[in-house]
Design a protein around this ligand. Sequence first.
Ligand SMILES: Cc1ncc(COP(=O)(O)O)c(C=O)c1O
Length: 458
Amino acid sequence: MSGAGQTVSGTIESQFQDRFPNSRRLAEQARTLFPSGVTHDGRWLEPFPIYVDHASGSRKVDVDGTEIVDYWAGHGALLLGHSHPDVVAAVQQQAAKATHPGACHALEIAWGELVRELVPSCERLRFTSSGTEATLMALRLARMFSGRTKVIKFAGCFHGWHDLLSPASAPPHETGDYSLPGVPDGIADDVVIVPPNDLAAVARAIEEHDPACVFLEGNGPRWGTVPVRPPFVQELRKLTRSRDVLFVLDEVITGFRVAPGGFQAICGIQPDLTTMAKVLAGGLPGGCLGGRADVMSLLEFDNPRGIKMKHPGTYNANPLSAAAGIAALNVIRDGSACEQASSTAAEIRSRLNELFARRDVNWVAYGDYSVVKIHPEYDGPRPDSADFIPWNGDWKKLDRTFDRRLSHAFRCALLLGGVDWMGWNGNLTAAHSAADVEQTVLAFDQALDLLRADGLVD
Ligand SMILES: Cc1ncc(COP(=O)(O)O)c(C=O)c1O
């Protein structure tokens, strides 16, 4: 992006520049400070991102005073919407008491007990500051417990951005070359990549590589871009157990979101280790690793194996995150918030597919639970059921990157209609209303007009 010339598309870009002048000014300032002007790659937007001043429920208000229906939901962390009153009260109360006692505190126990009650496979757990730290910790622990080095992961699964699990966390998948600049070959070589939903490939990889563990992301690569359904997870559980390989389920997104007990509750399985973050901490920073007591015992001083995994972390179990997490999980525990968010997402998927058919565009909406995924290069039959997966789940067709100009123009066009979509995904909360759904469908309809006017959609 630059201030000079149009980088996205004619009509959309000029309307966007006019509509969000205060964001434009802040973006110019930010570009002198942060690479590409942003503090998270996902927030990068051409010609510039919008700047948000405050938020409540399903909506946020930008620095130009525009009210926007939000589908980022705090990168998925906000199942209850922005500033849920219980979460706000809990954080305010705790902030006045202590933000960081540098000591054990009662809230960490209450938080941990709530997690274990909802996710019983977490016989023991430790809190971290993020999902990335939780998966890093899971892998190191699995290696120590098993005495083996390699890890099997599924192509396209994102487990955070540390070196060890970064390979193959996004397309392109065509060449099978998943080397990453900055990640040494020695590290990447220990990561064995298998195609999603391919149990035979996992069995072969276990045979060949004798891994420490198999990692699976909740309900499939990147929040179900390639959906993984319960029968596969159940079979994977059986396979890993029979081969004595630890099974790590990464529930950083799905935990407390798809159901209070996460995707493992839906599948009726117990992984050996589970990583969680996002909803766990009610929208504040926080993560955790939980699992089998014997595996987690390697974190104990003086454990019978005589080897201890070190686990520091200045912000582990921070009391503000604990307070927010307890407040959020107490609302979520009866399951109604998860169901509400999932049912609104289903409604949006269905309404958008009707719209795409009526407008005769080759777009499709799909996804499981509380996400709406848009695929703008679809050439198959229109969806005929709620659990439809485009191309019958062909993962390379589902998981690919789209034209950069289209991707940016699409988001800008939706913002012009008062909707902030997270790339090609929308995350729902329990706070999204029927009025939000109407505004969203209208914004998509208008966005298609704008994209057509700019020659980005046929
Ligand atoms: C499945 C999954 N695992 C791990 C992570 C990393 O979590 P964090 O961003 O808290 O480091 C994410 C983040 O989006 C995720 O979606």
